[in-house]
Write a protein that binds this ligand. Structure first.
Ligand SMILES: [Zn+2]
Length: 129
């Protein structure tokens, strides 16, 4: 079966990706006290967080991956037959080779752009949301 892809091998593209920073969530039971909770003068490990306060998303910022373009090196096409009565859409992802970088990730079409300017414009649009 033949599939038409938006990009082809050798196309030079920019990738945009999300960068996240995290902050520690304050545990409502122990206030992140490393000694845990005190019951009748004895310290116990916090039963809510177990001493590991969880991390929550703080800020999300879209930016151009490494600020450089890369060439499409591999295209991965996942095509499914009907699974449990549902038809999963065709999934096309791309691996790019970027000079000086080892990169083995496959990227979705919606994060790939022909030009630096288009990629920056999309980052700015997504950062406003
Ligand atoms: Zn806790």
């Amino acid at each position: 079966m033949e599939f038409k892809t938006k990009y082809n091998n050798g196309d030079e593209l920019y990738i945009i990706c999300k960068h996240m920073t995290y902050k520690a969530e304050i545990c409502k039971t122990c206030d992140n006290d490393p000694l845990g909770v005190k019951i009748r003068g004895v310290n116990f490990e916090c039963p809510a967080c177990g001493g590991y306060s969880s991390q929550i998303e703080d800020t999300v910022k879209w930016e151009i991956h490494k600020l450089r373009s890369g060439k499409v090196e591999r295209i991965n096409i996942e095509s499914y037959t009907k699974v449990f009565g549902q038809h999963k859409p065709l999934k096309i992802t791309y691996m790019l080779s970027i000079i000086g970088m080892r990169n083995e990730l496959f990227w979705d079409e919606d994060v790939l752009f022909w030009s630096f300017d288009d990629a920056i414009a999309e980052c700015n649009a997504r950062n406003i949301l």
